[in-house]
Design a protein around this ligand. Structure first.
Ligand SMILES: [Fe+2]
Length: 200
């Protein structure tokens, strides 16, 4: 059984993605993701843990930033779940990471490897980046949809940096190079990856 805090968050995430995502490939990916999530995975027994960069969470999740009802609900349900998350720094390649990156970001899986719900097919999590920090360029095989919850810039492939804004979204096709960069405010973004073949 999923704890109520997790099922409430996943319901809110499904609604928030549905209200804000327009890219057809992202919509299709989210459909696969939330269909798979109708079958719960194994719950983690590991207690939640913060790291120092989580000091930026309070500012990033202030409800005053969120006018849209689906985003407010997302943030409210996230706040209830957050104490159970295992926040970690990124592991792996740090190409083009900005100065101070290592101590100034935190990622948490909500479902997926290391998440509250352990599973391999769907990865949903949150990234928090302290002000004025560039996240490294990275790629991964699973396709990914971001729902952006703060100011901050994003980059995909050979494209220029752009700012989706609060409630903006972007779709990363499998393997595309991407990165993000906070400005004067912390950057907060929810991501959802489909880690199974499309024909499954
Ligand atoms: Fe990514």
């Amino acid at each position: 059984m999923r704890p109520e805090s997790l099922s409430d968050f996943l319901d809110a995430a499904r609604a928030a993605f549905a209200a804000h995502v327009t890219h057809p490939d992202a919509t299709a990916s989210l459909y696969r993701i939330f269909t798979a999530l109708e079958s719960p995975g194994e719950m983690s027994q590991t207690p939640g843990a913060r790291i120092p960069a989580c000091a930026h969470l309070a500012k990033a999740t202030g409800l005053a930033h969120f006018a849209d009802p689906s985003l407010r609900r997302l943030i409210e349900t996230f706040a209830k779940l957050e104490p159970d998350l295992q926040w970690r720094p990124r592991s792996g390649d740090c190409t083009n990471a900005g100065p101070g990156f290592a101590e100034n970001h935190a990622n948490a899986y909500i479902v997926g490897p290391g998440g509250i719900e352990r599973r391999s097919d769907v990865w949903i999590g949150m990234s928090l980046v302290a002000p004025n920090i560039r996240y490294p360029d990275h790629t991964h095989p699973p396709e990914e949809t971001y729902l952006v919850l703060s100011p901050g810039q994003f980059m995909q492939g050979e494209g220029n940096w752009f700012e989706p804004g609060i409630g903006g979204s972007l779709y990363n096709p499998p393997g595309i190079l991407h990165a993000m960069h906070s400005g004067d405010a912390p950057l907060l973004a929810l991501w959802a990856l489909w880690a199974e073949p499309k024909n499954r």
